[in-house]
Design a protein around this ligand. Structure first.
Ligand SMILES: Nc1nc2c(ncn2[C@@H]2O[C@H](COP(=O)(O)OP(=O)(O)OP(=O)(O)O)[C@@H](O)[C@H]2O)c(=O)[nH]1
Ligand SMILES: [Mg+2]
Length: 683
């Protein structure tokens, strides 16, 4: 095995819209570099990077996969990421592992929504970027228009570094070549545009260039890297992953022109917490302390928990003792792996820029830092911004007694996927799994069934309604029980008042003269609290009420805690009955992104669902953003509605805005449902 130094490593994530051809391109690159003997196909489920049985079934990538290939003594680590918005978490996570984001654009469709978002995310992380226009062989592609579309969307820094020739059967390099024949544009002009753009980042070179009128591309390596780092240049390449056009040239770009780990922008870490935290930059030097970052966790059925990490500093060997985050106890790496799709090969060492894995280390989790000295304690990678999982499903184990297994499996699935969350609602006694979409949740349930042989029942999660009151009212209850020996006695008078929305609950003790002895006041409050959590009319918690207990009676022998709990509860219920109780529902702030042609359908639908549109904006590239306020209860199944309006191009996110009274017919229905379940329980 040749040994690589950081200098001859490249790290690249292939990102962009689903079906742009990232996985097929990975395959074509592996073939061209001699890493595989024949090119597999997504359709046949034979690619190196879509190896998971569900990826084969869905025919698109669900997770980031890692491959590596060698070219002229350069080792290239590639991360093939999923492009469907439903699985985008894995693509975002991969940005922390690489110097360069290669944004793949489908030549048939141009810049799409995920393309734009990944371009922005990669820019925000200060990654070097290139654009790859793939599928140049396909029918009806208008490549000059696609290039224009890319430049209009992402800026004039997007310059072709090669151009299609011979009707798209091959491509011709424009950087090292000062002239040549292309299908459109002139190679000489493209060459000049690249050189002009690159020399702009170096004043001395600029002066030389102006003086000589020409400069050799070989002299441009340093400024080329600087231009990439500063986002002053975003090279555009053309490929057909299907027939191989442009693949060798792309491999050349990866090898000769993309930054090695010392040439990219160093990733941003923070040392310390809160206000005291300071920026920290790793140095890609193999001789320093180890600093590595886990950007992906896999629960492999055979190997166990696998932490996949990028080395940012120092050298990891089989004998390295590594600390996980701020943990005090180190683990010994033992076996170190390099990944090629589903295959793991053992290696002796990994240097800065390498991507590798350790197995069976329980403490390792997504986003943790591995290091070999306490000098690097309290270091964290700058946090990534993941979309907030808002699509919920309530789940219940199918078999009784499986509850613990369900929660164990959920924990494993959460470890692998930063956009998957499990919430347990204590009030509703409901476990809700949340993710980015219906498809995302279905894939999680399928993985539970396939990998863990565990099935659950699902239903839409209950909406967290609340109850409150509209007017002031008085309540009274006397609890008296005389059964043989000692009796029970307690009597309570109270008043209730509505509070401002969001104020919660207040308890006021205005009892005078010890008519309710002070040791029984907590009992009264306990009785009231029982009603607060279970609700009075619809079974949902009560909010925004003040309760003032001002009078009562006790008995020197028969007064007991239970008597005052019961009197407090019943007096409160008595008052609520007279205070015009109402049900409140959560209203969410929603932001919908969609092609602007669909705006009318979507706003019309929102209005018909008791929603209110608060604004619409047109973002770049004919993408519209619609803001609105909508009752959460109207958004059940919204993902599939939006999908049907936009042909899968739309996405939405939401967060809680406030609570509002539900309309009378809905309140009636909620009250009736509650009465029916209570009657059922009593029977
Ligand atoms: N004509 C043509 N088809 C291609 C090319 N590259 C990929 N395809 C086809 O496009 C489809 C999608 O390709 P993938 O490689 O799965 O695309 P992807 O970007 O990995 O998609 P996700 O994993 O869902 O993000 C498959 O049917 C490929 O065979 C190409 O260069 N030309
Ligand atoms: Mg793919």
């Amino acid at each position: 095995m040749p040994s690589y130094t950081t200098h001859n490593l490249r790290t690249v994530a292939l990102v962009g819209q689903g079906a742009a051809g990232k996985t097929t391109l990975t395959e074509a690159l592996l073939l061209k570099a001699g890493a595989i003997a024949a090119q597999g196909a997504v359709e046949r489920g034979t690619t190196v990077s879509d190896f998971d049985s569900m990826e084969k079934e869905y025919r698109h990538s669900l997770r980031a996969s890692l491959v590596h290939l060698d070219k002229n003594g350069t080792r290239i680590h590639l991360v093939d990421t999923p492009g469907f918005p439903d699985f985008i978490g894995q693509a975002i996570g991969a940005l922390d592992a690489v110097e360069t984001a290669a944004v793949v654009v489908n030549a048939q469709l141009g810049v799409e929504m995920v393309t734009s978002r990944m371009m922005q995310w990669a820019g925000a992380r200060k990654l070097c970027r290139i654009v790859i226009v793939n599928k140049i062989d396909a029918e009806n592609v208008d490549l000059p228009a696609i290039l224009k579309n890319i430049q209009e969307t992402f800026g004039k820094e997007c310059l072709p570094i090669n151009l299609p020739a011979d009707g798209g059967k091959r491509v011709v390099d424009c950087f090292f070549n000062p002239a040549g024949e292309a299908d459109f544009l002139s190679v000489a002009e493209a060459h000049r545009a690249l050189v002009d753009q690159v020399v702009e980042v170096d004043e001395a070179l600029m002066a030389l260039y102006l003086e000589q009128g020409e400069i050799r591309p070989e002299q441009l390596h340093e400024p080329f890297e600087k231009a990439l780092r500063e986002g002053h240049l975003i090279p555009v390449c053309f490929t057909s992953a299907r027939n191989g056009a442009g693949v060798a040239e792309l491999l050349d770009v990866l090898d000769k022109l993309l930054p090695n780990p010392a040439e990219g922008n160093p990733p941003l870490f923070y040392k310390g917490e809160g206000d005291a935290k300071e920026e920290f930059h790793s140095i890609p030097d193999a001789g320093r302390h180890v600093l590595a970052h886990v950007f992906k966790v896999v629960m492999d059925p055979f190997v166990g928990k696998l932490g996949i990490f990028r080395v940012h500093q120092g050298t990891v060997t089989r004998n390295t003792q590594l600390y996980v985050g701020d943990g005090r106890k180190p683990f010994k790496t033992g076996h170190l792996f390099l990944l090629q799709g589903k295959d793991y090969t053992e290696v002796d060492r990994l240097v800065p820029g390498d991507i590798g894995a350790v197995a069976k280390v329980e403490e390792v989790e997504f986003d943790c830092v591995l290091h070999d000295s306490h000098d690097e304690d309290h270091i964290h990678m700058r946090p990534l911004e993941f979309p907030m999982p808002m699509y919920g499903l309530a789940i219940e184990s199918k078999k009784r007694g499986d509850e613990q297994r369900v929660s164990d499996v959920m924990r494993k699935l959460m470890a692998e996927d930063p956009t998957f969350r499990v919430d347990h609602d204590v009030v509703l006694n409901e476990t809700v799994i949340r993710g980015l979409s219906d498809l995302h949740m279905r894939s999680i349930l399928e993985r539970m069934a396939q990998q863990y042989k565990l099935e659950v029942n699902t239903r839409p999660p209950r909406i967290p309604f609340r109850e409150t009151i509209v007017t002031k009212a008085e309540g009274h209850s006397r609890h008296k029980k005389q059964t043989g020996g000692a009796g029970q006695f307690g009597e309570v008078y109270l008043r209730i008042e509505p509070l401002a929305r969001g104020a919660g609950f207040e308890f006021v003790d205005q009892v005078k003269g010890g008519v309710i002895p002070s040791q029984y006041i907590p009992a009264v409050e306990k009785g009231i609290n029982q009603v607060l959590t279970t609700g009075a009319i619809s079974g949902y918690p009560i909010e925004d009420v003040r309760v003032i207990v001002y009078d009562g009676k006790h008995h020197p022998v028969d007064s007991k805690e239970v008597a005052f709990v019961s009197a407090g509860r019943k007096a409160f219920l008595d008052a609520i009955g007279k205070a015009h109780p109402i049900v409140l529902e959560p209203i969410v702030k929603i932001e919908i992104l969609c092609p602007d042609a669909n705006t009318g359908d979507i706003t019309g639908d929102i209005s018909s669902k008791r929603g209110q549109i608060t604004g619409t904006r047109v973002l770049q590239n004919r993408v519209a953003a619609i803001d609105g306020l909508v009752p959460l209860s109207e958004l059940n199944g919204y993902q599939s509605r939006l999908k049907s309006f936009t042909g899968g191009q739309g996405s939405y996110s939401m967060e809680l805005s406030h609570y509002e009274p539900v309309p009378p017919h809905l309140q009636q229905q909620l009250v009736n449902d509650y009465q029916a379940t209570r009657k059922h329980e009593e029977e």
